[in-house]
Design a protein. Structure first.
Length: 244
């Protein structure tokens, strides 16, 4: 096989085999290469003959993407949503522990509900969250269908004065090329006592793990600003949403 323009040479010794036609399968690939699933055929016709066998392994190519958008400007007390898009395993291999965690700017907003969006493959999605009451993850639900979007209402699972601080979508193991189809929407309400010009940022981190243990990360963020200024007629200018 070739690595960085040169061949890697390996040797193996078998027990005594009778003459005949044999099929070889690769059982372990070199680090950072995919295991070959192509058989290699060998004919043994002479005693003690050394056989040269060529096996081609494809290098593992890793990658993650995620994007986030929201409103550029919002008014105190208004509701708006963050969109999470372009969630993808761009690797050429499956990834385990594939999940994203969204961290809310709780000094400025409160999560009300979420639309899960849909994805290119059916996997076992588990949604969990943390609140200001506890730093432990609490499951909203598991086995959620990723082929279609579902609405998650957090008003029914929170106590008095409790609010979500972090939200996690855990997809488990995803195939190569796994990606979002419909966007995820996180509906929030801006607090009423925010100052004019106050800015706040919502962050999300996507992570996954390759079979060789490599950890992968991708980050996205969106910042918004509170708008309170009145024009000369005493009518507030409409905020910029940054969304269609």
């Amino acid at each position: 096989m070739q690595q960085g323009g040169s061949s890697l040479l390996y040797s193996a010794t078998s027990k005594a085999l009778p003459y005949g036609h044999y099929v070889l399968w690769e059982t372990q690939a070199p680090p950072s290469y995919q295991l070959s699933t192509t058989p290699t055929y060998v004919d043994i016709t002479d005693d003690g003959k050394i056989m040269d066998v060529a096996v081609t392994d494809v290098p593992m190519d890793y990658g993650l993407t995620i994007s986030k958008t929201g409103s550029y400007e919002v008014q105190a007390g208004d509701s708006f949503y963050y969109s999470i898009t372009s969630v993808a395993n761009t690797s050429n291999v499956p990834l385990t522990n594939f999940n994203w965690i969204d961290t809310f700017p709780t000094e400025a907003v409160r999560l009300q509900k979420a639309e899960t969006g849909s994805y290119s493959a059916q996997v076992n999605l588990t949604v969990s969250f943390k609140t200001n009451y506890s730093d432990e993850w609490r499951d909203w639900g598991s086995g959620i269908d990723t082929s279609q979007s579902a609405e998650l209402d957090f008003g029914n699972v929170l106590g008095a004065d409790e609010y979500v601080t972090e939200l996690r979508f855990d997809f488990g193991t995803v195939p190569a090329g796994f990606h979002s189809v419909e966007e995820t929407r996180l509906y929030v309400t801006a607090l009423c006592d925010l100052d004019n010009g106050q800015s706040f940022t919502n962050n999300v981190r996507l992570s996954g793990q390759a079979q060789d243990g490599t950890l992968l990360f991708a980050n996205a963020a969106w910042s918004s600003t509170i708008w309170r200024q009145l024009n000369w007629r005493g009518v507030g200018r409409l905020p910029q949403t940054g969304q269609n």
